[in-house]
Each structure stands twice: as C-alpha cells, then as structure tokens.
Design a protein. Structure first.
Length: 141
C-alpha cells in the first residue's frame, strides 16, 4: 500500500502519470500509463500494482483485454470514477468533488493511523509542497 498522506499530492493527473514513467512493465493498448493515470491510478513501482488516489482501490495482474474503468468499479464506489463517468475529465475536478475525495483520503489516513500506521514527516511535506515544488524555476532572460 502506498502512503496515504502522499495521495493528496496526486489530484494532478500529470503527477499520477509521472509515477509510471519508464517503469510500467506492460505494452498493452487498453491499459496504458496515461489511461491508468486519467482513471485515478498511481503506480506503486512494484510489478503492475496500481492504486486509486481517490478510493484507494488496489489492482494488479493486468491483462491485455482488461477495461480499466470496469476493473476500477468492480464492487467499488469511487467518487473519481463517478466524476469521469458524468463527463468530467482528469483536469476539471470541481471544488465539491475535490473536497469529497479529500475527506475520503483523510478518512482512510485516520483509519490507517488507528491501525498502527506510522507516517514520516516527509509524507506531510509532500502533502503541502505538492507538485509545484518539482517545477523548474523560470529562466531569466
Ligand atoms: Zn477510485
């Protein structure tokens, strides 16, 4: 399982996509890093194990014929999938849905802490710095 606190930085589809970079083991047409990232998934870096930033669903052992959204929704209610299905895209989460997802992330985080998970200070840092910290500074002319 990925660190829950890190999830708050992964609202950004590009940040999710970056987790797959040069590491994804498959070359399937129906299960690409871009499609997985747009569907809310983050790559764990381990085999083909991914996890949704919003609902926390974990999936692995992908096959060429899999449909990402079907797998994501199986016995699962995901706010992010509802957003995509209602015509939303990876880049237009509104505030209301964003807050619902954050609440879900915090609920899971608190559950994990109750179960004895320990978070590092660096997890919190990632939370607050977000992906902005990784952007290159503007070039001076
Ligand atoms: Zn989900």
């Amino acid at each position: 399982m990925l660190s829950e606190a890190v999830f708050a930085t992964l609202f950004d589809a590009e940040a999710r996509y970056a987790t797959f970079k040069d590491k994804w083991p498959h070359d399937f047409e129906n299960v690409t890093p871009r499609m997985l990232a747009d569907n809310g998934f983050i790559y764990s870096g381990n085999e083909d194990h991914v996890q949704c930033f919003a609902c926390g669903k974990e999936l692995q052992n992908w096959e060429e014929t899999d449909n990402i959204m079907d797998e994501h929704q199986r016995r699962n209610e995901c706010i992010y999938v509802s957003h995509i299905k209602s015509g939303g895209s990876a880049s237009d989460l509104n505030l209301e849905r964003g807050i619902m997802i954050l609440k879900e992330i915090y609920r899971r985080t608190i559950g994990a802490i109750d179960n004895g998970a320990v978070f590092e200070a660096s997890d919190l840092k990632k939370c607050f710095n977000g992906s902005k910290a990784k952007r290159k500074p503007k070039k001076k002319l």
